[in-house]
Design a binder for this molecule. Structure first.
Ligand SMILES: O=C(O)C(=O)C[C@@H](O)[C@H](O)[C@H](O)COP(=O)(O)O
Length: 357
């Protein structure tokens, strides 16, 4: 399956298929440096396959730290210096092979080194079907996630589903959080269909039919980022579940998409309390479903809401000192609203009580 962005210029393809990496040869630059920056775990698991597909002697490989820890300022500095010592030029190209964190990190290197060079996204996780598209790249600050970043379009997204075969359960649940978010943004029917196909962790871990839902997620994301590339309006809806999600993720270090799923649940409690879309029944139904899939809801029991609230105060959607959250007001209908500290505390205590019932 090939998707293509439909901007006025500088469009890029998104190639989604088994063994998609074989297509990378069409995107390598001749007589220029192509440098692969790859998550060290992905490299370890797929060394032979990677060598087959990227056997060109001119391609250089740099393994980088796995997961969110690569997005630290000090690491960004050391890899920047390393790339500059390799005499890269504005015509050089970086190739990010890994999950969402790798793509964010390498994309940010590409956006900033020499004031911008090309990069290719090769996502290797379910989650990265979301993060690899749309050009958001960045690293973390001590006070919060993705607070240092840029918008920088990739030259191509090569999404090889072969990499999904080695994903651990946590990563599957994490990616599923973003797939679930895209389904909610789309329609009630897509959300129900998803829950019917994956009623438990057993079905989810077999990843059958996952391409159908990745296609749904990619199409949803593409439609939004093409309409609003720089997040002036509708793109903020893609942040559903992220305001609370980023807070709990940063505090507890659980996987991004698991935190987003908990953030979606949290947002439902606020919806209910404001007489928007949700009711106690819809919240209970999601709690039961998430328990069945093994999401770490218990983490809320020991989490310090005051600290989460401090992270929420750093969210990029905020206006002045007011926390802005994506809330659902109808089927596939969303709004960005200010929420007060009291509302956040009440919703948190209520959610904790509900998960322990
Ligand atoms: O692409 C977007 O826009 C999103 O909000 C997608 C999110 O799922 C993704 O996690 C994103 O990186 C979060 O963006 P941020 O601006 O809140 O850091």
């Amino acid at each position: 399956m090939i998707f293509k962005t439909t901007y006025n210029d500088n469009n890029y393809p998104i190639i989604l298929k088994q063994n998609a990496l074989t297509d990378i040869k069409h995107y390598l630059k001749e007589n220029e440096q192509n440098i692969v920056l790859i998550d060290q775990d992905v490299y370890r698991f797929h060394k032979e396959y990677l060598k087959e597909q990227l056997e060109d002697d001119d391609i250089k490989f740099l393994t980088i730290m796995s997961g969110e820890v690569c997005k630290q300022m000090s690491y960004f500095e050391s890899i920047s210096e390393k790339l500059l010592s390799m005499n890269i030029t504005r015509q050089s190209q970086l190739i990010a092979i890994g999950g969402g964190a790798t793509g964010d990190f390498v994309g940010f290197l590409a956006a900033t080194l020499l004031r911008g060079i090309d990069f290719i996204q090769v996502p290797t996780t379910l989650l990265a079907h979301d993060s690899a598209i749309g050009g958001k790249v960045g690293i973390n600050a001590s006070v919060g996630k993705n607070l240092i970043g840029a918008f920088h379009r990739p030259r191509a997204v090569i999404y090889d589903t072969k990499f999904l075969e080695t994903l651990p359960h946590t990563e599957i649940r994490s990616g599923y959080g973003e797939i679930y978010k895209h389904a909610i943004l789309n329609s009630e029917a897509d959300t129900t269909r998803l829950m019917e196909v994956y009623p438990s962790i057993k079905e989810l871990s077999q990843l059958e039919n996952i391409e159908t839902f990745l296609k749904m997620g990619i199409e949803t994301k593409l439609k939004i980022v093409i309409e609003d590339e720089f997040e002036g309006g509708v793109r903020k809806h893609l942040n559903l579940g992220h305001t609370f999600g980023h807070g709990i993720e940063y505090l507890t270090k659980i996987a991004h998409g698991e935190a987003v799923m908990i953030g979606i649940l949290f947002q439902k409690v606020i919806n209910k309390n404001r007489n928007l879309y949700d009711t106690l029944d819809t919240i209970d139904a999601l709690i039961n479903y998430l328990k069945e899939l093994g999401y770490p809801l218990n983490i809320l029991n020991d989490a310090d809401i005051e600290l989460i609230f401090e992270y929420m105060k750093k969210d990029k959607k905020n206006i002045g000192q007011s926390i802005q959250m994506v809330l659902q007001k109808g089927e596939a209908s969303f709004t960005i609203e200010s929420v007060s500290k009291d509302e956040v505390l009440d919703a948190f205590n209520e959610l904790k009580a509900l998960i322990n019932e």
